[in-house]
Design a binder for this molecule. Structure first.
Ligand code: IFM
Length: 467
């Protein structure tokens, strides 16, 4: 494959700092396929996607984008785009099928080969240990609401550090623990599909603990140059009005959506208002001495996934809700403006708001946008082209927001576009396309969308040609 012609006479009007990382991101269950190959056993997502009614059209990740068999082609695509970094996740049940005990060599070999090929292509591997595919056996033993799962995760982190520590530059423990806890155990729209506020809060705590235990294990096992991180999908919450009830609704969502992770991980404490808000659900006695200190392991950066903001007002949410302790106090209002195919509002200011907030609240913590992107109803036209001007506009606006945050003093080190490939979009199956590379799931043919060409130019130019 030849490199894309990204020569351009147009200089960057919004130039990003030297050394800024330009990446694409994916996750194992969403692209790999090969669900029963080489010793991989079911994860909670294999089970959930097979449960009637849980995933649109009954789609599963059995084949997905067949990345397991097409990894070379996919790395060649990234090389054409000129990305500096690639963020992928490791499927826990592919390397440690039961979530306990020794690793499976073939599973480790796949990720070793992936990392080696990336390095050969001049692309920095950025690995996430957990992007939601818990081995089913661990869910059967209690899943994330069960404390033991955190210790199992630390053991798995140790296995991976040993196997890939010499190749992977940045390690992210968890991706979006909010989704794992509150969509998985709170409203049940994600695997494993449980609906219990208590289970969701327990899961959130054990994910924080798992993160901290794993971060320490990684530090002990990895070379000093390796970076350890965590990725959160922080909610850019806005109150509908300045009425005290609406402002309080925003506070509640901030507590159970953001500070439930930020406070333990960066300050070793639970938010007091969250404990009050959830008093009818739990007294938090599952938090043991030392847990919060363990969660607060020092990190090299914080990853932020951002798609859209949320507008809230006093009211109540539908049941089951993922907002433990807030559901009877908060109503989500439609945000104004255009929407993506997910029906998510397009509002890049939310990203800027989050970045300047973190600049102020977490001074000294480098920030990385580990996911940002949009789904649209893309198709290949008769000439084989995939035109996605809305995605280009979305990405442009969000990169401009990142640039504005940099100018305002936020320490943003990189941007990972979600996603490299069209993929299995969880409960939406294959009905939503987030890729900058179109995948024809019948043939597995990959086609660069216009947004991929646009992103390659941005990378080559080191920024945006227009403000
Ligand atoms: O596809 C997901 C990804 O797995 C996690 N962050 C949000 C994306 C879009 O929904």
């Amino acid at each position: 494959m030849t490199a894309l012609d990204t020569r351009t006479d147009t200089p960057a009007v919004l130039r990003f700092p030297e050394g800024f990382r330009w990446g694409t991101a994916t996750a194992a269950y969403q692209i790999e396929g090969a669900a029963a190959e080489d010793g991989r056993t079911p994860s909670i997502w294999d089970t959930f996607s097979r449960t009637p009614g849980k995933v649109r059209n009954g789609d599963t990740g059995d084949i997905a984008a067949d990345h397991y068999h097409r990894v070379d082609e996919d790395i060649a695509l990234m090389r054409r785009l000129g990305v500096t970094d690639y963020r992928f996740s490791i499927a826990w049940p592919r390397v440690q099928p039961t979530g306990r005990g020794p690793a499976v060599r073939k599973g480790l070999d796949f990720y070793r080969r992936l990392a080696d090929s990336l390095l050969d292509a001049g692309i920095r591997p950025v690995a996430t240990l957990y992007h939601w595919d818990l081995p089913q056996e661990l869910e059967d033993a209690g899943g994330w609401p069960h404390r033991e799962t955190a210790y199992r995760f630390a053991e798995y982190a140790d296995i991976m550090a040993d196997a890939l520590g010499d190749r992977v530059a940045t390690w992210t423990t968890l991706n979006e623990p909010w989704c794992a806890a509150f969509l998985g155990y709170g409203n049940g729209v994600h695997a494993p599909g449980r609906t219990s506020d208590l289970a969701a809060l327990r899961a959130a705590h054990h994910l924080n603990l798992a993160h901290g235990l794993a971060a320490r294990v990684l530090r002990g096992a990895l070379p000093g140059s390796a970076e350890v991180s965590l990725t959160l999908n922080l909610h850019a919450v806005r109150a509908r009005s300045q009425a005290p009830e609406d402002v309080d609704a925003a506070r509640r969502i901030d507590a159970v959506g953001n500070r439930i992770f930020l406070d333990p991980v960066f300050h070793g404490r639970l938010p007091e208002d969250l404990v009050r808000d959830t008093a009818a659900v739990t007294d938090w006695s599952f938090v043991q001495d030392g847990d919060l200190a363990a969660a607060a392991a020092p990190l090299d950066s914080l990853g932020i996934n951002y798609y859209s903001p949320a507008v809230v007002a006093a009211g109540s949410s539908e049941s089951p809700s993922p907002w433990a302790g807030a559901e009877r106090h908060v109503r989500f209002e439609p945000a104004p403006g255009p929407r993506t195919a997910m029906d998510w509002p397009v509002d890049a200011d939310g990203l800027h708001e989050l970045l300047v907030r973190l600049r102020d609240e977490l001074p000294g913590v480098p920030l990385v946008i580990t996911e940002n992107g949009a789904a649209y109803d893309d198709y290949a036209d008769p000439s084989g082209q995939v035109k996605d001007p809305e995605r280009v506009a979305y990405l442009h606006a969000h990169l401009a927001a990142v640039h504005r945050a940099l100018a305002d003093g936020a320490d943003v080190r990189g941007y990972f576009l979600w996603s490299l490939l069209d993929n299995f979009e969880w409960a939406y199956g294959y009905s939503k396309r987030f890729g900058i590379v179109h995948v024809d799931f019948a043939t597995q043919r990959r086609t660069l969308k216009d947004s991929a060409r646009w992103y390659a130019e941005v990378i080559a130019r080191g920024g945006l040609a227009e403000s």
